[in-house]
Design a protein around this ligand. Structure first.
Ligand code: F3S
Ligand code: F3S
Length: 107
């Protein structure tokens, strides 16, 4: 799966959403999250993020290693499971605790 990391927090550019052929990039309060079971690893989202927040899981920089679990656990944390499409869900109230605990980010 691909993973969204810290640079997205409090930025949420959303350019990635338009690129995803399976609509598996979901919006939380402070960042977006890629659904690990729905992402087909097409990689289309990665180059369009203006703050370079998106990585293939094996390429996630060490300092952002927590974001693998943040993307994976978010969907259980907020209780949405695997909805099979982000557009119909809209903004999901809440964030993974790794993100909620962060002070406001200015990039
Ligand atoms: Fe975030 Fe980049 Fe997408 S800032 S919303 S991962 S385009
Ligand atoms: Fe979508 Fe990016 Fe995965 S475009 S399918 S979230 S690699």
């Amino acid at each position: 799966t691909y993973v969204i990391a810290l640079p997205c927090v409090d930025v949420k550019d959303r350019a990635c959403i338009d690129e995803c052929p399976v609509d598996c990039i979901y919006e939380g309060d402070r960042m977006l999250y890629i659904h690990p079971d729905e992402c087909v690893d097409c990689g289309a989202c990665e180059p369009v993020c203006p703050v370079e927040a998106i990585f293939y899981e094996d390429d996630l920089p060490e300092q952002w290693s927590d974001y693998y679990k943040a993307n994976v656990e978010f969907f259980d944390e907020v209780g949405v499971g695997s909805p099979g499409g982000a557009a119909k869900i809209g903004v999901i109230a809440g964030d993974h605790p790794v993100v909620s605990a962060l002070p406001p980010q200015s990039h």
